[in-house]
Write a protein that binds this ligand. Structure first.
Ligand code: PLP
Length: 385
């Protein structure tokens, strides 16, 4: 059976060109960049090139890039590294809709006695910037707010937020894991101090990421050990991963506008048709300020998991807004924070597209999904028959 992959916010296919760049780095060119011999030392050039490719996509200096093991490590480093560098400040501001890689870390600091403010969002998943401004005080070490939400695709006005935060002398971090490669960025024109990204979300390999650190930002290293990454992140470099991520960034930079308008057209077609053909369905999130590849739709009165299983029978991969916690289905913290009613949050499905999706795949999904929804509604105890 063919696979129709609409789960690109979870992970993406590695681009063939990325794999080709990585291939020689396993069995032929496997030296350690820290070695004195030429065989290992030549790896340094590859890493330098990758650093430049990432910096080109982000619009920053190569020296502002630290390679990590992925989005989770970058988020951990940003938060823990900032707080360690500023031990006299004891307050963190974040939002209720962050990824667990941020939220769990902040809550751990709360357990240790820090003040953690989780800003609310409105029904469309938007932030109130006045509320943010009100919360910043002399005790605030860090504001960490995601660039775009992984579940709904809602984009926050990050440049504006960065300006507001840094004008008050506070460090600003953004988790841009879902954004890099999907919308153009230019960090040289923004006040963002720290930014996280992850290779496997932009057709690069898993297990590699980046923390962008604006020149002059105080940050204590999170991983201690050797002197790699100019003493900012210890551990032998994941050379194939870094080189693959560099290539993925080069490809993204080349085609970002063109590819994203194609992806957006496909997403819009899918979304429009599903909302039209499925009664009692609703879009979750701010329709205007959204990633071009993401749509999150609730189908009332049925469970997202059931829809996913039936889509899966047709080879269609998507994801749902609920997670199974201790035997019961819990709607996602993001949809709950947006005040999405229980019946709708339970039946939410996220379709996230990529450059590899086709019109034919979208048409097939438009044909199958309403049939599935109808079939499940016939079985639902909540629908009047
Ligand atoms: N932040 C966001 C918004 C994400 O969507 C993800 C992954 O889903 C992460 C962080 C974690 O990234 P990684 O899987 O590279 O650790």
């Amino acid at each position: 059976m063919r696979t129709i992959y609409f789960d690109n916010n979870a992970t993406t296919k590695v681009a063939e060109q990325v794999l080709e760049e990585m291939r020689p780095l396993f069995c032929e060119l496997y030296g350690n960049p820290s070695s004195m011999h030429t065989f290992g030392g030549q790896m340094g050039r590859r890493i330098r090139q990758a650093r430049e490719q990432v910096a080109d996509l982000l619009g920053c200096e190569p020296s502002e890039i630290i390679f990590t093991s992925g989005g989770t490590e970058s988020d951990n480093t940003a938060i823990k590294g900032t707080l360690a560098a500023m031990p006299h400040r004891r307050k963190i501001i974040t939002t209720r809709v962050e990824h667990p890689a941020v939220l769990t870390v902040c809550r751990e600091f709360e357990n240790q006695g820090y003040t953690v403010v989780e800003l609310a969002v409105d029904k469309q998943g938007r932030l109130d910037l006045a509320q943010l401004a009100e919360q910043i005080d002399d005790d605030t070490a860090l504001v960490t707010i995601m660039y775009a939400n992984n579940e709904t695709g809602v984009i926050f006005p990050i440049d504006k937020i960065a300006e507001l935060v840094t004008d008050r002398g506070v460090i600003f971090h953004t988790d841009a894991v879902q954004v890099v490669g999907k919308i153009p960025l230019n960090l040289s024109k923004s006040n963002i101090d720290l930014l996280s990204l992850s290779g496997h979300k932009l057709h690069g390999p898993k297990g590699v990421g980046v923390l962008y650190v604006r020149k002059g930002t105080r940050l204590s290293p999170f991983m201690l050990g050797g002197h790699q990454e100019a003493g900012r992140r210890a551990g032998t470099e994941n050379v194939p991963g870094i080189v693959g991520l560099g290539k993925a960034c080069e490809l993204a930079a080349k085609n970002i506008e063109q590819e994203n308008s194609k992806v957006k057209n496909l997403r819009d077609k899918l979304e429009r048709a599903l909302l039209e053909k499925c009664p009692d369905s609703r879009l979750n999130g701010d329709k205007e300020n959204r990633l071009p590849n993401t749509t999150n739709i609730s189908f009332e009165y049925i469970e997202g998991e059931a829809i996913l299983l039936m889509l899966d029978k047709y080879g269609i991969c998507a994801s749902s807004g609920s997670a199974c916690t201790s035997g019961s289905l819990e709607p996602s913290h993001v949809l709950r924070a947006m005040g999405v009613p229980f019946t709708a949050a339970h039946g939410s499905i996220r379709f996230s597209l990529s450059r590899y999706n086709t019109e034919e795949q979208v048409d097939y999904t438009i044909e199958k999904t309403p049939q599935i929804v109808n079939q499940l509604r016939k079985l639902s105890p909540f629908v009047a028959k």
